[in-house]
Write a protein that binds this ligand. Structure first.
Ligand SMILES: NC(=O)c1ccc[n+]([C@@H]2O[C@H](COP(=O)([O-])OP(=O)(O)OC[C@H]3O[C@@H](n4cnc5c(N)ncnc54)[C@H](OP(=O)(O)O)[C@@H]3O)[C@@H](O)[C@H]2O)c1
Length: 264
């Protein structure tokens, strides 16, 4: 059963059209938030919004947004404001990877992913911070276990997630005492649209593996955000891997990731 909706609680979730973002929207709705769903694909978000409204009696707003540029992120802020909405939670979740050798991968795709995975996170966090400070709100940034070490065959992606983790922890420390908390959600490989978009079904990281569901990952992220945790890594093995890389030489760790990730 859903909790009652508090009019002060409005969450903006990016990448809400599929995967972890869609599941996060479900979590926020079940937790009593009105939700603003943002991504490029409007149709799946309209269906989700209708479903969430029906089940939880909340207001679900859909905003079509392409966040692969600073201008796109600024436009999303303007679109939220033009609806007279002030948010109390921001889930920077939209993101993607491109799998393949750097020598042959597509530069335009990599640069666009950097805009989405990093620039949009910074723009939205900064421009929504006044709302979040006023509402003692929460930021939930979807990083990845990729954040903890370099990632051959997804070199740019791993670097973007290291950025998200570092950025999240740094602003969490700056915001101590303000009432605003920042949580970095660091999932390992998760069943979602991610593998299709990254074209990575032949990577040893996912091929033949049973991956956790986006719903299970989102539930862990949402709970950690509610508890004000700074970093959460779903799954005991993922947690162990993330800790163990701190004690091994980086060259060794990078070689291990290379052999785990390579096409099989
Ligand atoms: N799945 C994994 O194995 C895994 C592991 C660790 C971390 N993550 C992270 O989890 C987050 C969510 O990914 P997912 O696994 O849920 O993958 P997903 O199912 O592919 O979802 C990605 C979401 O990002 C949105 N998106 C993509 N490009 C966009 C753009 N230009 N502008 C706005 N939104 C855009 C997509 O919507 P549209 O295409 O409709 O725009 C979609 O809603 C990402 O940050 C990803 O890096 C995933």
């Amino acid at each position: 059963m859903s909790q009652s909706v508090n009019s002060q609680k409005i969450a903006l979730i990016t990448g809400a059209s599929s995967g972890i973002g869609k599941a996060l929207a479900e979590e926020f709705a079940a937790g009593g938030y009105h939700v603003i769903l943002a991504a490029r694909s409007v149709a799946p978000m309209e269906s989700l919004a209708a479903e969430l409204t029906r089940r939880h009696g909340l207001t679900a707003t859909v905003i079509g947004a392409d966040l692969e540029s600073e201008a796109g992120a600024r436009q999303l802020v303007a679109d939220v404001r033009s609806r007279g909405l002030a948010i109390s939670a921001l889930a920077n979740n939209a993101g993607y990877a491109a799998f393949g050798e750097f020598a042959n991968s597509d530069l335009a795709t990599e640069l666009a992913s950097m805009q989405l995975n990093m620039t949009a996170v910074v723009v939205l966090s900064k421009l929504f911070l006044p709302d979040l400070l006023a509402n003692k709100g929460k930021i939930l940034n979807t990083a990845s276990t990729a954040a903890f070490q370099p990632g051959p065959y997804m070199a740019v992606y791993y670097a973007t997630k290291a950025f998200v983790l570092s950025f999240s922890e740094a602003i969490a420390a700056e915001l101590e005492g303000t009432g605003v908390t920042v949580t970095a959600l660091c999932p390992g490989p998760t069943a979602s649209g991610f593998q299709d978009r990254a074209n990575m079904h032949n990577s040893g990281l996912v091929k033949g593996k049973k991956l956790p569901t986006a719903e299970s990952v989102a539930a862990i992220g949402y709970r950690a955000m509610q508890n004000g945790e700074r970093v959460v890594i779903p799954g005991a093995m993922n947690w162990l891997m993330a800790q163990s890389v701190r004690f091994a030489p980086r060259r060794v760790v990078t070689s291990m990731v290379k052999s785990m990730s390579k096409p099989v």
